[in-house]
Design a protein. Structure first.
Length: 260
């Protein structure tokens, strides 16, 4: 029985190796990067489609369809991009192309130009970087190298008295939507915003409860099937809170004496 199980395990291993050799080297590079970075390969791979040798189809025009890159790798690359910016001098300018080239040199082969453009835009909105120069290609310098900032500082950047939904709720929902996941760990969201995960959770949960919204279960979520179970927020929960804040504001407006 043991020998038979071993033979089956070796057969599966050989089958997987054969599949990898027939695919683009990017998949193998991603796996190697996960191991080097200390990520759990099993949880990183579970979000990927089944590994299928390179195939051609009429829909793809004879080209192999690219594999979807797991969110873990994109998050890892975004963190590394911020580290590279933070290591530079306060007056050292970086373009999106510069940052992309540095990431590619380190093996982040899955990162694309739109990814870097999106990160820089978000960091500019959060006032972590500042756009400089008058040329057609924007460059950026770091204006805040602190690993974490007070949450009130971040929340106050785009809060508007005309918006009934607290900015913190909107920005966290945006992070979850951008990730392409149904939920994210509090630590993942906090890292993207540059704030303490403890302060983020302690501030966001009371906001949700104030409109009768509670996180499902114990408030712990898995970013990927079979992944780590940790405190986090679901997209559905955050969307429900946004609707509740907007409904509450509309009801208040209707019942106001002057109707405004």
């Amino acid at each position: 029985m043991i020998l038979e199980d071993l033979r089956q395990a070796v057969s599966r291993r050989n089958s997987l190796s054969a599949g990898l050799t027939s695919c683009d080297g990017e998949i193998a590079e991603l796996i190697a990067q996960a191991v080097v970075s200390g990520l759990a390969v099993e949880s990183a791979l579970c979000g990927m489609k089944p590994l299928i040798p390179r195939q051609r189809s009429e829909r793809s025009g004879g080209r192999a369809c690219p594999s979807r890159v797991p969110t873990e790798f994109t998050a890892l690359s975004r963190s590394r991009a911020w580290e590279l910016l933070s290591l530079a001098g306060m007056d050292e300018e970086h373009t999106a192309s510069d940052l992309l080239g540095s990431l590619r040199d380190e093996g982040h082969v899955h990162v694309k130009q739109p990814d870097v453009d999106e990160w820089l835009l978000r960091w500019e909105q959060l006032r972590r970087v500042r756009r400089v120069g008058n040329s057609g290609v924007p460059a950026y310098v770091v204006v805040d190298k602190r690993p974490t900032r007070p949450l009130a500082e971040v929340v106050g950047l785009a809060s508007s008295p005309e918006d009934p939904v607290p900015y913190l709720v909107r920005v966290v929902l945006d992070e979850v939507e951008t990730s392409g996941r149904e939920c994210l760990h509090t630590g993942t969201i906090a890292s993207a915003l540059g704030v303490s995960p403890y302060e983020l959770g302690a501030s966001l949960c009371p906001l949700l409860r104030s409109v009768g919204v509670h996180r499902p279960g114990t408030g712990r979520v898995r970013e990927v099937p079979g992944g780590l179970l940790a405190p986090g927020f679901t997209e559905a929960c955050l969307r429900k809170a946004v609707t509740a804040f907007e409904t509450k504001a509309e009801e208040t407006r209707i019942t106001a004496p002057d109707g405004r």
